[in-house]
Design a protein around this ligand. Structure first.
Ligand code: G3P
Length: 213
């Protein structure tokens, strides 16, 4: 499973990218709005830092608006992937973008059916929001598992991005299920790195070293 960061914060992205395991970035309108900066500049800066796909989302709800926004975003950098919500206009936009050679990431996916339709429409990536599915009392990981099984069964090329990851065990479960990618918030990546026994181990090694020398 490849690791993406779900963030629009340049400092966070740079810090995580420096550790060498980052394969891409996803943003969404909420994350970009939090930065209070020019959207296009933020996306451009992210693309200059991370060598991998960078998802930027459209705001329009209509096909034409989505395609116009997507074309403008795609001009920023060849690594930009356009995030499109799975709606009827969204699927039409994904289809048009595919024909124009613009890569898309089907977002706000909450069911295996939405994922299958988006993949068949031409989305390069599909993003089930596992945390938000859990939030309404359903099983986000079960939806992720169904999507992986269906894509494997029919040899569908679209890659699955486990999104809306809320805690480190979501990442472990997504990896075990076979998700191609997980997009993970900065704070959870930090939790994944940290283990109390690692800290205790370092402390003990240092203590023993200082006592001997
Ligand atoms: O970027 C999409 C997704 O990861 C959002 O997560 O935590 O707002 O449900 P969350």
């Amino acid at each position: 499973m490849r690791i993406f960061i779900d963030s629009a914060n340049i400092k966070e992205i740079r810090e995580i990218n420096d550790m060498g395991f980052l394969a891409g970035v996803t943003t969404n309108p909420t994350l970009v709005a939090r930065e209070k900066r020019d959207y296009f500049k933020v996306v451009k800066e992210i693309c200059e830092i991370v060598d991998g796909p960078v998802s930027a989302e459209v705001i329009s709800a209509e096909v034409e608006g989505m395609v116009i926004e997507a074309e403008r975003l795609a001009e920023i950098h060849p690594n930009v992937v356009i995030k499109i919500p799975v709606t009827e206009p969204g699927l039409q936009a994904i289809n048009i973008l595919k024909q124009k050679g613009i890569s898309s990431n089907a977002t706000l996916v909450f069911s295996a059916n939405q994922a299958l339709l988006a993949a068949r429409a031409g989305a390069a990536y599909v993003s089930p929001f596992i945390g938000r599915i859990d939030d309404i009392g359903n099983d986000g990981l079960a939806v992720l598992s169904d999507i992986i099984e269906i894509f494997d069964q029919y040899m569908i090329d679209s890659e699955v991005i486990a999104a809306s990851i809320r805690h480190p065990m979501h990442a472990v479960a997504a990896a075990k299920i076979g998700s191609h990618i997980a997009t993970i918030p900065y704070s959870i990546i930090k939790q994944m790195i940290k283990h109390p026994l690692t800290d205790v181990g370092i402390e003990k090694f240092l203590h023993d070293w200082r006592q001997a020398f």
